[in-house]
Design a protein around this ligand. Structure first.
Ligand SMILES: Cc1cc2nc3c(=O)[nH]c(=O)nc-3n(C[C@H](O)[C@H](O)[C@H](O)COP(=O)(O)OP(=O)(O)OC[C@H]3O[C@@H](n4cnc5c(N)ncnc54)[C@H](O)[C@@H]3O)c2cc1C
Length: 305
């Protein structure tokens, strides 16, 4: 397979796949590199109810439909591709992934966001970030949910719906931030407990997870709490370390762009949740992906004419 493309898109979430559709329809040779499977966060969303043209659609089904469209247009896709190095300094943009060197006239960065990890858990196999992806493995077992925002409560309810025997939700701050309706729903479930002002300070595991140490941040008291799995919902971060020194990033690591998705480097664009912006939704990611691809096409024509 040739490794030289007109346009390489880093990240195959809804932003990246939308860019790919526009790029391919403009007759560009397009490659998507994704470190996981295409679809990104939408794969983790049980039901999407704000996607125009679908009153309600499962996240995975939406991804399948978009990916079918991308593949039908002849876009190359490399999944499970780990980006080792990038060099955006020359006219030709270079990306090294899994010992292969890829070259492109233009690049769109659409790598989205990653869940904030629970540092004390290290590499424990029983730590998860998605109830619909991994919850079924804990049917009849005990689970700890970390994070008292909307995601924490919604995912806790989704876990209980999958047959979790006992669930505890903890939040470090002295209040929960989830919608009251979600808090009421979880509190009404007999096999759940919720506790704010509580942080996880240690995770004990041998071959598998055994227990966690929970500290009450107000009283400093600690307890050991047995559980089989931990589901973490402490927010999202951009994970743009690989672009440091190459692209202008804001203090949180989001990529700076203008309204045309142009980054600080000519020929490199950013789209979707990875860029500095106010609203992060499927439709806004798709809009960014559209603009980035149209601008990438213009850029490629400007350097080849
Ligand atoms: C729990 C939850 C529920 C949501 N529900 C809704 C909803 O109902 N409606 C709605 O409109 N929005 C919803 N959102 C927001 C929406 O999912 C996002 O705004 C949207 O998916 C962002 O798309 P994206 O393509 O920018 O990023 P992502 O979906 O994050 O995709 C980024 C892709 O890049 C890949 N990637 C990351 N790093 C690298 C790398 N270094 N190299 C290669 N590939 C990489 C990832 O594997 C991923 O496939 C929800 C978000 C969450 C967290």
């Amino acid at each position: 397979m040739s490794t030289t493309y007109d346009l390489i898109i880093l990240g195959g979430g809804v932003a990246g796949m939308t860019s790919a559709i526009y790029g391919a329809r403009a007759n560009l040779r397009v490659l998507i590199l994704d470190e996981n499977a295409c679809g990104g966060l939408v794969n983790w969303t049980k039901v999407v109810e704000n996607m125009p043209s679908y009153t309600s659609i499962g996240g995975m089904e939406l991804v399948e439909r978009i990916q079918e469209q991308v593949e039908a247009l002849g876009v190359d896709i490399e999944e499970a591709a780990c980006i080792d190095a990038i060099d955006f300094s020359g006219e030709e943009k270079i990306i090294e992934a899994d010992d292969t060197v890829y070259k492109a006239k233009a690049v769109i960065v659409a790598t989205g966001r990653k869940p904030v990890p629970l540092e004390v858990a290290g590499e424990c196999d029983n730590v998860h970030f998605c109830a619909i992806c991994d919850g079924a493995a804990y049917k009849g077992k005990k689970v700890l949910v970390v994070g008292g925002g909307n995601s924490g409560f919604d995912e806790a309810i989704a876990l209980l719906d999958q047959g979790i025997e006992e669930l505890m939700l903890v939040e470090k701050m002295d209040t929960f931030f989830a919608a009251q309706s979600a808090q009421d729903e979880l509190q009404s479930r007999p096999n759940s407990t919720i506790s704010h002002s509580t942080e996880v300070t240690d995770v004990v595991y041998g071959e598998k997870l055994q227990s966690v140490t929970l500290r009450n941040v107000a009283t400093n008291e600690t307890i050991e709490h047995e559980c089989d799995g931990i589901f973490v919902f402490m927010g999202q971060e951009p994970g743009t370390e690989v672009f440091e020194g190459q692209l202008s990033l804001d203090k949180q690591g989001y990529i700076d762009t203008d309204d045309l998705m142009k980054t600080s480097v000519a020929g490199v664009f950013a789209a979707g949740d990875v860029r500095q912006k106010k609203y992060r939704q499927i439709t806004t990611a798709m809009a960014d992906g559209t603009i980035a691809a149209l601008e990438a096409e213009r850029f490629i024509h400007s350097i080849t004419e």
